[in-house]
Design a binder for this molecule. Structure first.
Ligand code: ADP
Ligand code: MG
Length: 475
């Protein structure tokens, strides 16, 4: 684990970092601070809230030499960000000798800013418009700038500051060190970088840094009705210390009750519990008296429990960030953890959302096999068997192994079973059987009623054709 110690920072800055409550550097800080301290031009891409300000602020303060003209210029898109960045710099330089940080943006008195600039400023933090104002008035000189930062570069370009930025860069000392921080790196940002930076090193910090690398992530394609079955299969197969996340308090109770009735040591955790009850539930789980904690996100927020081996997303969360928080409950302290997510056919987009969020690859696996008879039987769920259009595949055999002609089959499906035309898909007449598709809503009817019928004098046998999953039994 990286620490601020590793950077070899001066004592005043170390004290300030401690005072600010930073325990360890964030991933973007780990990657960029050493490069910046080496004098490299750096392009860093990281989400907001990942500590980019200190990532450039610390090395600037580390390198700072005081003169009459500013040592560093930090360009930001908005006033609010200007205020935030200058506050953070003031905090980071709290124990240093009088570091003069000047926020320069509209809405503040330009006279005060001119006064301060005349007396001498070390670091200027400003929006492009107001900086240009000062350049035109001759009240600001960039001829001594050693370190220049484009903070939130993508937003600055979105806001149409491209020409202003070019204007400012053209008036800034060269050579100098140029740093570019951005949440995204669109083409326009790359162009600026190639024109104004020297051999820049690019640092990309994906959200995957949030996920602990020891956590293995898998998912099962499983429909709602079979989730309890799959959960029991997992509990039997791994004997885990598991946290099971479900969407609602009511579902927490339902799932817990069913698990307990099957003999699993499970307990519920949700917001309706009294504080005393909640503490008891957590204590039992911590001590291993219970093995399965079924919880809502709200109830489990911030919980840090030793030795959780499995996080099970009984319901996949809508928000990828919640997914990340949930699976952060396992795989702690170097121990391998497993995160299993149940995904119904209607939730595939949520899986995609999580993958796009950049968390990591979640791989598909099958629900573990049972050696003996399942306590909870897997139920017939045509949803499981349907393709992306909702069609389920059947085969029908007449007599001792003949196909049913297309016209005869359609006649039976429409006239006898009253299945609408639109619910019948492909029909494939083969040598010894006929395969046909029916929409899942009509599938049960086909299975129950078609087999009693005859084509001519031949009895029909009907079976579901499993497209992918192992055979299942009717319940
Ligand atoms: P960004 O610019 O990436 O959006 P900021 O630099 O504004 O993020 O930082 C977000 C918050 O995180 C700030 O309150 C900042 O003080 C805090 N922060 C920065 N670095 C650390 C750290 N190493 N540990 C804890 N908090 C930090
Ligand atoms: Mg920022």
């Amino acid at each position: 684990m990286a620490s601020f110690q590793d950077f070899g920072l001066r004592e005043e800055i170390m004290k300030a970092i401690e005072r600010m409550g930073f325990v360890e550097p964030t991933p973007v800080q780990v990657e960029t601070i050493p490069l910046i301290m080496k004098g490299k031009d750096v392009i860093a891409q990281a989400q907001t809230g990942t500590g980019k300000t200190a990532a450039f602020g610390i090395p600037i303060l580390e390198a700072l030499t005081k003169g009459v003209k500013p040592f560093s210029l930090i360009l930001v898109p908005t006033r609010e960000l200007g205020a935030q960045v200058s506050d953070e710099l003031k905090k980071l330089s709290h124990f240093m000798d009088d570091v003069r940080v000047l926020p320069v943006y509209g809405g503040r008195s330009i006279d005060d800013q001119m006064d301060a600039l005349r007396k001498g400023v070390d670091i200027v933090v400003g929006t492009p418009g107001r900086i240009i104002d000062h350049l035109r008035r001759g009240t600001l000189s960039l001829s001594e700038i050693e370190m220049l930062v484009l903070d939130e570069a993508d937003r600055m370009l979105d806001m149409g500051f491209i020409e202003d930025i070019e204007y400012i860069l053209a008036r800034t000392k060269t050579p100098r060190q140029t740093l570019l921080f951005s949440a995204t790196i669109p083409q326009a940002v790359r162009e600026i970088a190639s024109r104004h930076m020297v051999d820049p090193v690019t640092v990309l910090i994906g959200e995957e840094q949030l996920v602990l690398p020891t956590t293995k992530q898998i998912y099962f394609n499983i429909e709602r009705k079979n989730k309890i079955w799959a959960l029991c299969r997992v509990l039997d197969a791994y004997h885990p210390k598991a946290m099971v996340f479900v969407q609602t308090k009511a579902m927490v109770d339902i799932v817990t009750k069913r698990l307990v009735s099957y003999g699993y040591r499970a307990a519920a955790l949700h917001g309706d519990l009294t504080q005393a009850k909640r503490e008891k539930v957590l204590e039992d789980f911590r001590e291993g008296k219970t093995a399965v904690l079924v919880a809502t996100d709200v109830a489990a927020r911030g919980l840090d429990i030793e030795g959780v081996t499995h996080v099970i997303n009984y319901d996949i969360p809508e928000d990828p960030e919640i997914y990340v928080h949930r699976i952060g409950r396992t795989g702690r302290a170097g121990k391998e953890g497993i995160a299993i997510t149940f995904i119904t056919s209607k939730e595939v987009h949520l899986l995609r959302k999580i993958n796009e969020f950049g968390v990591t690859e979640i791989t598909k696996e099958e629900v573990p096999e049972s050696g003996q008879k399942d306590v909870v039987r897997r139920v017939m769920d045509f949803e499981d068997q349907a393709d992306m259009f909702g069609m389920v595949l059947f085969k029908v055999v007449a007599g001792d192994g003949e196909p049913v002609e297309r016209g005869t089959l359609l006649e039976l499906l429409h006239r006898k079973l009253r299945i609408p035309e639109i619910a019948v898909g492909n029909i494939n007449v083969l040598k010894d059987r006929t395969e046909f598709e029916v929409h899942k809503d009509s599938a049960k009817k086909v299975l129950m009623e078609l087999k009693g019928l005859r084509a001519g004098d031949k009895r029909l046998r009907v079976e579901l054709v499993h497209r992918e999953l192992p055979p299942i039994s009717m319940q």
